[in-house]
Design a protein around this ligand. Structure first.
Ligand code: PLP
Length: 377
């Protein structure tokens, strides 16, 4: 079913698919003019609207886009007590033709459902995820920045939405999509501390799920590292602390002797969409990829032999975040200064070119929303 959706003023309409019968309530006091989209601080400013869906009696329903507003939550809400919360982080880009592309929606949706399953939460059908996203973006499309390196950060998430102060699996859930304009995330090279005491995730745990608890548990060790002058910790595996895993909200990658080396995925490492995209593009460039266990000892040896040419984090927020130094116990290994021809920056540029339509999207990564579908009746 297609509807003409009233938008912004009575003269602007979008033609869009609305198979879910999404109800739309427009925000009559847009905050858009109060912000400079191209310099907005990451994750601080919500757009005018949000998408909401509810899960009751094993069914998703009550789909709506409504003004961004606080939720009404009972202090008995299960998610506040037992941590049934899962989220995704994605980005929408302004393409050079004015349309909007959202990067790898299907892969994010797949990971979202994997996380939900691990957390015993209701999975979400692709139609709800995608159509909710499209409807929200059509309505708040003016919030997608156009400056280089800027984007609209998208946060689909789900929480248990049931009131009971008893340890139980929730039966009712709330799924929402909110967004916030984002400029570049990290700017200066990061100083990392290899963490060999605390752990982010253990085998058999929830490390591959993007659930709130993983992040809450990481705050304290990260705060200690920051107190000691570092920016982030580089996590190691929980059972031996011998193997490098990931860092903050990023997978970690190294260029060693011309090869792109990154820890192989395990059940304690998040399967990053950026990681996967970088590996795909690096393979296209003819670069040898090694996805394998990397021990701290081996990394230290590579540093001592001056073989580590680049180290960087890979994630949706930062895309690539250069690493300036890695400290193993009390030994600080400095990375060489990066030129603009560093592999990480070349790949980042390729990613940006694909997302903005400057290069061919040969892997079909862009979910394009045709803003040109807007018509004046
Ligand atoms: C723990 C963790 N690792 C890695 C990543 C990178 O994943 P992606 O590239 O899908 O953003 C993220 C961010 O989502 C994360 O939170």
């Amino acid at each position: 079913m297609y509807i003409a959706l009233q938008y912004h003023s009575i003269t602007n309409f979008f033609i869009m698919r609305n198979t879910l019968n999404i109800k739309i309530q427009k925000n009559l006091s847009s905050k858009l003019h109060e912000f400079n989209l191209d310099t907005a601080e990451f994750g601080k400013t919500p757009t005018d609207h949000m998408f909401v869906a509810e899960y009751h009696q094993k069914n998703w329903s009550n789909f709506r886009v409504e003004p961004f507003q606080p939720l009404q939550i009972s202090p008995f809400n299960l998610s506040l007590h037992y941590g049934q919360t899962v989220f995704e982080g994605m980005k929408a880009y302004r393409m050079q033709d004015g349309n909007i592309s959202v990067f790898r929606v299907k892969k994010h949706w797949e990971r979202f459902n994997k996380s939900l399953k691990r957390m015993a939460m209701a999975e979400i059908p692709f139609e709800v995820f995608q159509e909710g996203l499209h409807t929200y973006l059509m309505i708040d499309e003016a919030w997608v920045p156009s400056a280089e390196d800027s984007s609209l950060y998208l946060r689909p998430f789900m929480i248990a939405y049931e009131d009971r102060v008893r340890v139980k699996v929730a039966e009712h859930f709330l799924f929402m999509i909110v967004g916030s304009p984002a400029k570049q995330y990290y700017s200066k090279p990061l100083n990392l501390y290899v963490e060999t005491h605390y752990s982010r995730a253990a085998s058999g745990g929830t490390g591959t799920a993007k659930c709130g608890g993983n992040y809450g548990g990481a705050f304290y060790p990260t705060a200690l590292a920051i107190q000691n002058g570092f920016d982030q910790v580089l996590w190691t595996d929980a059972s031996t602390h011998q193997f490098v895993e990931e860092s903050g909200t990023m997978n970690v990658m190294f260029v060693i002797d011309g090869k792109l080396v990154t820890p192989a995925l395990t059940d304690s490492i998040l399967d990053g969409v950026t990681r996967d995209s970088i590996i795909t593009l690096a393979k296209d460039m003819g670069i040898t990829i090694e996805e394998r266990k990397i021990s701290v000892e081996e990394l230290e040896k590579f540093f001592q032999e001056n073989k580590v040419q680049e180290a960087f984090g890979a994630g949706t927020a930062a895309i690539v975040a250069p690493i300036g130094s890695i400290t193993i116990h009390d030994r600080k290994y400095q990375l060489p200064p990066y030129s603009e021809n560093a592999l990480m920056f070349l790949i980042k540029e390729q990613l940006n070119n694909i997302r903005t339509g400057k290069s061919e999207d040969k892997y079909g990564w862009n979910d394009v929303i045709q803003i040109g579908n807007r018509v004046n009746p």
